[in-house]
Write a protein that binds this ligand. Structure first.
Ligand SMILES: [Fe+2]
Ligand SMILES: [Fe+2]
Length: 146
């Protein structure tokens, strides 16, 4: 039994570079799973998120570094700032599970929901356009349903 989703994908998040959009769908799923987990499952869901985020941010970093993307630094820094908070919460949750740690994990989940649209709009979208240009030779055409 799982709770009703609180963070769901919308085509407004679509940026046009399909591999990135697929990864972002997975991001939304992992954050939602964290937010809807019971206390006992929070650490496992957070670990799922960490595995996702390491791959997600690592992939974007690799794209930026292997293609000479001009504005990589602040993008990479923003990923690193997120992971710093994530690991702080993980340490608390693994070291002293209890109401304070559970609340911290859920507030991390909510912070990720708030963080994602801005990060996608301002940083990931530039990378998506850059990758589309390299891969398809043009800017992405994005069809959004909503
Ligand atoms: Fe991303
Ligand atoms: Fe990113």
């Amino acid at each position: 039994m799982s709770a009703a989703p609180v963070f769901t994908w919308t085509d407004r998040y679509k940026l046009g570079y399909e591999r990135m959009d697929d990864t972002h769908r997975d991001f939304v799923e992992k954050v939602d799973a964290l937010l809807t987990a019971g206390d006992d499952a929070l650490l496992a869901r957070l670990d799922d998120f960490i595995a996702h985020a390491d791959a997600h941010f690592g992939e974007e970093k690799e794209w930026m570094q292997t293609t000479g993307f001009p504005a990589a630094d602040c993008h990479i820094d923003e990923h690193a700032a997120v992971m710093k908070s994530v690991h702080e919460v993980r340490e608390l949750l693994a070291g002293s599970p209890g109401p304070r740690a559970f609340a911290a994990a859920r507030s991390l989940g909510r912070a990720l929901v708030d963080w994602f649209p801005g990060h996608a709009t301002y940083l990931d979208s530039a990378l998506s356009a850059w990758m589309c240009k390299r891969v398809y030779g043009g800017k992405p055409v994005v069809f959004q349903r909503d």
